[in-house]
Structures are given as C-alpha cells and as structure tokens.
Design a protein around this ligand. Structure first.
Ligand SMILES: [Zn+2]
Length: 91
C-alpha cells in the first residue's frame, strides 16, 4: 500500500528538512570570534620576557644565538601559547 513514489517523497522530505536545518544552523552559528594579536608575545605564542633585558655581552655566542632563536622562550601565559586573544576577552 506504500508506493515507491510515496517513499521517495517522504525520504526527500526528510532529507530536505535536514538540509534546511543544516542551513539554518549555519546561519545561526555566530561568526568566528574576532581575534586580536596577543600584546604579550606579539602573536608568537611564546616570549622570553621572563629573562628581562638580555645583553649579548653577558652571553656566550651560543647562548645569544639560542636566545635569538627563541630557545629560551616560554609559552605565553597571556594567550596560552596561541598568540591571539579573543577580541571580546576570554570566556
Ligand atoms: Zn601571548
């Protein structure tokens, strides 16, 4: 008693609903939060501010190279190492 056309009509109706729902959700989802570059690490996600001012005169060339290469960097506590902050502030 259920013709194929009825089945396909129901099926397309169901899938049509799903598609409409997905489109609806896509339009409802808030846009990606705007990010601002972390002021602490300038977007690097790590910094060596804990070292203070490093004078190359106080370092061996190897230490200085390592410092310049970021070898002494620590993950930025301000942005959690992502280098960016949500413009609206952290939740
Ligand atoms: Zn940071």
């Amino acid at each position: 008693m259920t013709p194929d056309s009825e089945v396909s009509r129901v099926m397309s109706s169901l899938f049509g609903d799903i598609r409409a729902q997905q489109q609806h959700q896509a339009s409802v989802v808030s846009p990606m939060p705007k990010w601002v570059i972390c002021h602490r690490c300038d977007g690097d996600g790590a910094h060596s501010h804990h070292l203070g001012v490093v004078d190359p005169e106080d370092c061996s060339p190897e230490e200085w190279d390592d410092y310049m290469a970021g070898g002494h960097d620590r993950p930025c506590e301000c942005c959690g190492g992502t280098g960016k902050l949500a413009a609206g502030g952290h939740a």
